[in-house]
Design a protein around this ligand. Structure first.
Ligand SMILES: [Zn+2]
Ligand SMILES: [Zn+2]
Length: 338
């Protein structure tokens, strides 16, 4: 009868020791240190290996980090292991610390043994919620540039603010919003995004962009200058439906994006023109008047002279006397614009 040389139990598992004594000296898991995980409660990233990485579920982060910290016994063959964090109810916020009891189950086989041994451990994982450097810069008013919106409709401001807010996960934040003469300034934490957003506004609303940079400070460590940029977006002064007089011909604005699509109201021909090639100061004034005669031909009350006159364009439309119509007066002539 063999006896455990450690405790005298009448059982030998390996190396002259009973199972309990042997496993005490040679556990499957030889090291597991308490784990601390830093999590940014603002952008939901965790810190590991010198960088901040996005995550979906805290559980996955814990499993991932714990797994990397486990050191197994080389003498045994590890068949499988399971990590199960038991996450309590908690509320995220600055400096909130949550202790997460994590159960680790390991199955391993020792040399010369057929049946695997099961071991269970409880590991304490501490999650600390803080602001990552990017988010804390944002909180402290940091900005890399300003998107300057000028002569814009409210719709443009709302759109720009909404779009920028969607970028929080990319570390892009609005640090400040400022109403200024003729517009609105949006302070943003990422230079590149300011250009990106301005181009988006240009494509959606039409207008022009001007970018400039200002020396802000010098990064002595990397010996380079740090610039802040201003990107100005001025919305097109024309809107859909405006009537433009280009070299004596009238055009209706059909669409505005980075180009302006216009339709010749005499010929119906469509053209696209770049805003900077448009040398017009303002759209034509559209006036409301009424149809004064429909037979033998259509006449309209001239909104300036109050004479009944034939409009320049009728396009076989049916009219009724007294029907309201919108016109543009050009060189004394009447053009229907609808
Ligand atoms: Zn023993
Ligand atoms: Zn963050």
């Amino acid at each position: 009868m063999e006896i455990c040389t450690e405790c005298g139990k009448k059982e030998v598992f390996l190396d002259g020791l009973c199972k309990k004594c042997y496993l005490n000296k040679n556990p499957l898991l030889i090291s597991f240190k308490p784990v601390k995980i830093l999590v940014c409660f603002f952008c939901r990233k965790y810190f590991s290996k010198g960088k901040w990485t996005r995550f979906r579920k805290l559980e996955d982060v814990i499993k991932d980090i714990v797994q990397k910290r486990l050191v197994f016994n080389d003498d045994a063959r590890i068949n499988s292991f399971k990590i199960r964090p038991v996450i309590p109810k908690y509320r995220e916020g600055p400096n909130v610390k949550v202790n997460i009891e994590t159960e680790i189950t390991v199955f391993g086989t020792y040399p010369g043994k057929k049946r695997p041994v099961k071991e269970e451990y409880a590991l304490s994982v501490k999650v600390i919620f803080i602001l990552c450097p990017r988010c804390s810069r944002h909180k402290s008013g940091y900005f890399e540039g300003i998107l300057q919106l000028r002569d814009v409709d409210d719709e443009v401001i709302d759109y720009a603010v909404d779009e920028a807010r969607k970028q929080n996960q990319r570390g892009i934040f609005i640090t400040k919003k400022l109403k200024v003469r003729n517009g609105f300034d949006i302070y943003l934490t990422k230079r590149g995004y300011i250009h990106e957003l301005a181009r988006e506004l240009l494509n959606k609303f039409g207008g022009e962009i001007k970018a400039s940079k200002k020396l802000f400070s010098r990064d002595k460590l990397r010996s380079r200058d740090i610039y802040r940029i201003n990107v100005l977006f001025r919305q097109s002064k024309f809107r859909k439906g405006d009537i433009l007089n280009i070299d004596g011909e009238l055009f209706k604005v059909k669409n505005i994006d980075k180009n302006i699509t216009i339709i010749n109201i005499k010929t119906g021909k469509k053209t696209s023109i770049m805003p900077k090639h448009l040398k017009i100061r303002a759209a034509e004034e559209v006036k409301e008047t009424i149809v004064s005669l429909v037979f033998p031909h259509v006449e309209i009350l001239h909104p300036e002279t109050f004479q009944s006159v034939k409009p320049e364009n009728i396009k076989n439309r049916k009219f009724k006397v007294n029907q309201k119509v919108r016109v543009v007066v050009s060189d004394g002539k009447l053009w229907l614009v609808d």
